[in-house]
Structures are given as structure tokens and as C-alpha cells.
Design a protein around this ligand. Structure first.
Ligand code: CUA
Length: 303
């Protein structure tokens, strides 16, 4: 029907119309109020000037004008909302999976990444999927925010007009790692994006390189540092073959972080909890044995 506007234009137009009308009303009402206080002060005007108790035209005016203004604000809001919910025909499909506490973006050719790469100038439709609890996909630069709800598929669309890196947040409190659930939208020029998309991914032959790639993709690094600092979970640095205190079935035991321990910790993270940390990690049962081996090979290198 009408020429397509971006989500940013849709929201900004409605925002500035409402903000503009509100500012004019605020200024007008405040000035009239101050002027009345001064003009009709009892010292200045001890006797009423008029006994009129109504004025039909004045009443019609102050009913009709605000009604029109409210209708105008509604119209821009409604049009803007429709633009947000009307996906352009040429939109590219990308799936965003939200889980505690990271994002994973999967493209139709099977490629996946922990940052949302998009081509400049092309609309993208983001399918929103929650793997565990409620999260919310929020990109302020494109004015889009939508909850991801377990068991329900939601979506947003937007177009990046300029290349750049834009913040992407989780905007729904989803547990201790909520604040770690941040990443970026990387808008690349079309040719560069195609090159990125077509470059083979998830196929690093060397297990250590593959492990590092998995740690990124699976969101491990949202909660575990590799430099020794404490995050939601314990650091990976120096973890391999270290002995540590864990709570297993309510009892404290000392274990060695060997391969068997690490596999348990990834597959059934709440079975043994490292002392002093919350039982917060979701199980990663979907990783293949080869991927687990790669992750462990990589962990071993973090001395
Ligand atoms: Cu996910 Cu907050």
C-alpha cells in the first residue's frame, strides 16, 4: 500500500508527533496558568469582572481540538505499529534462539553465530525462540523489542540502513546471568555479508579451534571467563585437572576437573555444584561427543 518505512522511522514518527503535541500543550497550559494567577489575583481584581458561567464556543473549541489531537496521536501510533508488524516481502529469515544466558543466531544455510550479522539495506525477519525461560529481544537502534516465550514463536523485523555495530540486549529478567545476555547486531555491506554467510562455519578441523568456536557459539563465555575473573560461573582459566570443592547430593566432596568431570558438568550441570556458585547452568545435552571432546581439548589449553 504505502511506501515501506523502516521500523526506526515508524517508531520515531509516532514518538516525535506525540512528544511535539505534548510539549506544545505543556507550554500552553503552563503559560496560561501563570498568566491567570497573575491577572486574576485578588489584590489586582477584588471584584469579579463578569458573572458568566459558561461559553458555548469556548467549550466546543476545547473539546474538539484535543479530540483531534488525540486522534492524530492515535493514528500515528497505529500506523507505526502496523509497520512494525508488516514484514516486507524481501525480508531475509534468521532464527534467534534465546537461552540462559546467551543468544544464538541461525541462518537458513545452517550457519550460526553469537552475533547477529545482517546485510545493510535489506530487511531481516528475526524469528524469536526461547529455549528455556522468558527472554526479550531488544535492539534500541532499530526500535524493536519483543519477548521470546517458551512454546511460542514470535518475530520482529528491521532494516539496518548503515553499516555498524549495534547493541542487542535481553530485556526480560531471566536469572542471575541476565545482564550477561548482551551481544551486537553487526550490519555489513551486502557483498561483505554474503562472503561472511558463505564462508564455511562450524568446521574448524583442529579440535582446539573447534572448541573455541563452540564456546563462543554455545554461549559458554557469557558466564565463564578465560582470564581468571569471576562471572556467573567459575572461570575456565586453569580449570583443567585442578581439584575443586563441589556439592554433590547435599554433601561436599573434592573432585578433580578431569575429562569425566567436565563432561558431567556440561551434560548435568546441577548434579555437582562448585562451592560458592549458584546452581544456574542449564544442561547442554545436545552437544555431540566429538563437540564435547573439542571443548575439553580447548579447555585444556587455558592454563
Ligand atoms: Cu535473557 Cu534476560
Amino acid at each position: 500500500m504505502q511506501p515501506l518505512q523502516t521500523t526506526t522511522q515508524a517508531v520515531d514518527t509516532a514518538f516525535y508527533v506525540i512528544f511535539g503535541i505534548s510539549s506544545i500543550m505543556l507550554a500552553g497550559i503552563a503559560i496560561a496558568m501563570v498568566w491567570f494567577v497573575w491577572r486574576y489575583n485578588r489584590k489586582r481584581q477584588p471584584v469579579p469582572l463578569s458573572q458568566k458561567d459558561h461559553n458555548l464556543w469556548l467549550e466546543i473549541t476545547w473539546t474538539v481540538i484535543p479530540t483531534l489531537l488525540v486522534m492524530l496521536m492515535f493514528w500515528y501510533g497505529w500506523e507505526g505499529y502496523l509497520s512494525l508488524r508488516r514484514i516486507p516481502d524481501d525480508a531475509m529469515h534468521i532464527k534467534a534462539s534465546a537461552r540462559m544466558w546467551s543468544w544464538l543466531f541461525t541462518y537458513d544455510n545452517g550457519k550460526s553465530a553469537d552475533k547477529l550479522y545482517v546485510p545493510v539495506g535489506q530487511p531481516v525477519k528475526i524469528e524469536l525462540v526461547a529455549e528455556d525461560v522468558l527472554h526479550s529481544f531488544y535492539v534500541p537502534a532499530f526500535r524493536v523489542k519483543r519477548d521470546t516465550v517458551p512454546g511460542m514463536t514470535n518475530w520482529v523485523w528491521f532494516t539496518a540502513e548503515k553499516p555498524g555495530s549495534y547493541d542487542l540486549f535481553c530485556a526480560e529478567y531471566c536469572g542471575v546471568g541476565h545482564s550477561a545476555m548482551v551481544t551486537t547486531v553487526e550490519a555489513l555491506p551486502a557483498a561483505e555479508f554474503q562472503a561472511w554467510l558463505n564462508a564455511a562455519a562450524g568446521t574448524a578441523a583442529d579440535p582446539v579451534a573447534r572448541g573455541a568456536e563452540l564456546a563462543q557459539q554455545q554461549g559458554c563465555l557469557g558466564c565463564h571467563s578465560t582470564d581468571g575473573s569471576r562471572r556467573v560461573g567459575p572461570t575456565f582459566k586453569g580449570l583443567f585437572s585442578q581439584s575443586r570443592e563441589v556439592v554433590r547430593a547435599g554433601r561436599e566432596v573434592t573432585v578433580t576437573a578431569d575429562e569425566a568431570y567436565l563432561i558431567r558438568a556440561i551434560r548435568e550441570p546441577t548434579a555437582e555444584i562448585v562451592e560458592d556458585y549458584p546452581p544456574a547452568m542449564p544442561p547442554y545435552g545436545q552437544l555431540s561427543d566429538a563437540d564435547l571432546q573439542a571443548l575439553i581439548a580447548w579447555l585444556e589449553t587455558l592454563k
